[in-house]
Design a protein around this ligand. Structure first.
Ligand code: ZN
Length: 293
């Protein structure tokens, strides 16, 4: 099952790539679920059971073509957002760090930086803006102290995320400033929709990548995650309680701009296109800060 945030309303996504149709969940369920996404995650198990009992082809007949400009982040108002650094060996190496053994570094991206999949992003004045394509997991069931074997059962689904990062403020010191450096307006595009784990042949092995103006800069597979999704969710749940709708950015593969020689950052007018196999694409266009002197 796929579910989208269309104009702040939960919608099922039905149909093949390029011909997807949206079905408003609140209307289709006669008001039982939704209309907004946060309410849907609170009763995620009931939603998936109800959807499994529906005739999706019949629902799609009553659906509507999806206008991508109306798409928002699949979980737009999580109680908590987790982001993970150094979770692929090659990316840890290009960043000049040892690979993590106990837990990767965990920080947050503030939800005010969340957007849908297709956006313009302002480059902060004087900033070095970098790309980080990431698999994003959304929690579907409260999790505290769970084991790895139970982790997937606590995940509503997966989506594509970009952990866009401004490296000057992130790394200026005296200590790294991850939360703010990665939370400028529009720095957390996600989408185009959430895909439930059962839709994948293997949700632990998905190709992901991104291009800048058509040049491929990142390409990896989630099987290379040092802490795979299940291990990461279980480990987080041993410190914090994870709530339905919480968002977890799982880390980026190698190929970020700050790790290149020479370094490369996004310029006004450039396009960043990101994708994950079996989920879909994000499209960002970068623009100059209109307030820059
Ligand atoms: Zn990241």
């Amino acid at each position: 099952m796929r579910i989208a945030n269309i104009d702040n309303r939960a919608a099922l996504v039905i149909g093949d790539e390029g011909a997807e149709r949206g079905v408003d969940l609140a209307r289709a369920s006669q008001g039982r679920f939704g209309p907004e996404l946060p309410a849907v995650y609170q009763v995620w198990g009931d939603v998936t059971t109800w959807v499994s009992e529906q005739d999706l082809a019949a629902l799609a007949d009553d659906g509507f073509p999806i206008d991508r400009s109306l798409l928002g982040a699949p979980s737009p108002a999580p109680r908590q957002v987790f982001a993970v650094g150094l979770n692929y060996h090659a990316h840890a190496a290009e960043s000049g760090f040892e690979s993590p053994t106990h837990l990767p570094p965990v920080f947050t991206k503030y939800a005010s930086s969340f957007t849908g999949p297709d956006t313009d992003v302002i480059i902060p004045a004087g900033g070095n803006v970098d790309w980080e394509v990431e698999l994003v997991a959304v929690i579907g069931r409260e999790a505290s102290g769970i084991g790895e074997a139970d982790a997937w059962a606590h995940i509503a689904g997966l989506t594509v995320g970009q952990d866009i990062s401004e490296r000057v403020s992130q790394l200026r010191g005296p200590a790294p400033q991850f939360g703010l450096g990665k939370s400028f307006s529009g720095f957390s595009p996600q989408g185009p929709w959430l895909v439930t784990p059962d839709e994948f042949a293997n949700p632990d092995d998905l190709e992901l990548g991104c291009t800048v103006d058509g040049d491929q800069v990142q390409k990896g597979r989630t099987r290379d995650l040092i802490f795979p999704v299940s291990k990461l969710i279980a480990a987080l749940s041993h410190t914090v309680t994870l709530y339905p709708g919480d968002v977890v950015f799982t880390g980026t593969p190698a190929g970020v701009g700050v790790g290149r020689d020479p370094q490369r950052f996004l310029q006004a007018g450039e396009k960043l296109d990101s994708w994950i196999e079996g989920i879909g694409q994000l499209h960002q266009r970068f623009v100059a800060d209109p307030h820059a002197k």
